[in-house]
Design a binder for this molecule. Sequence first.
Ligand SMILES: [Zn+2]
Length: 293
Amino acid sequence: MLRCFVMPELPEVETVRRGLAKTIVGKTIAGFTCDTKKMMNRPLSFYQKTLKGLKVLALDRRAKMIIIRLSKEWNILVHLKMTGQLVYCGDHQSVVGGHPIKEGFEKDPNRFTHATFTFTDKSHLFFNDVRKFGWLRLFRGDELIKVLDHDLGPEPLEENYTLELFQNALKRRPNNRIKQFLMDNKNVVGIGNIYSDEICYFARVRPDRRVKALKESEIKLLFKGIKHILAEAIKYEGTSISDYVNAMGEAGAYTKKLRVYGRYDEKCFKCGGVVKRLKIGGRTSSFCPRCQK
Ligand SMILES: [Zn+2]
């Protein structure tokens, strides 16, 4: 079987966040190491001096990034990118979030461990990454606000993400294909290849439709689909494609719920017709030509 990596989307990152929140909140950092310079935005010695003695207050998420909120207004911003993984190892438990690494995965730390937080109770949080595209950046609160708002659109699951906001963003991108629009972080964050296909199927709209050609009723259904599909995927702890796992090291159950993503040449669940695929902006998109107009 071909092994390909996909970028985790909002539901997968949210699942990792929830799992880790149960384990590391309240712990105090005793030490930190990292062997990969490009994963950090400041020198290692600065990380070590700053982090020592800080307490983990909360875990948040913005787009596809996890924010580890620390005492004294410091924050670690984590991006798992294509192959990143956060693994918590305590006395009796090991919690994994992100992409599992098969080779040498039995033990943590392993040869893919590039950063380690050690807590005062001797438990650890490991950052493993086969390809080393992921990162852990250290920011003060005021810096973090700037970083998080820079070029990032609204969070789709927040209450203040309204139909009106969605409509206004659509007006700014009339010539986009709807799939492209949904996948652009500037319009709305956290939606990638998987969930853009699922949202279009939910709304019965072809993914290659131009934004300006969408009817009012279709726009309403797309908006409803964004909220519904993402919330549903979080409920099922995300989608496991190429062995992505949730924070407990289990495969995300949403894989079985996917209605159209990756199902090209298979039968549509709704109409029994054949699911087709096409390329949009270099990405493969699956859709049902009978159900989606
Ligand atoms: Zn169909």
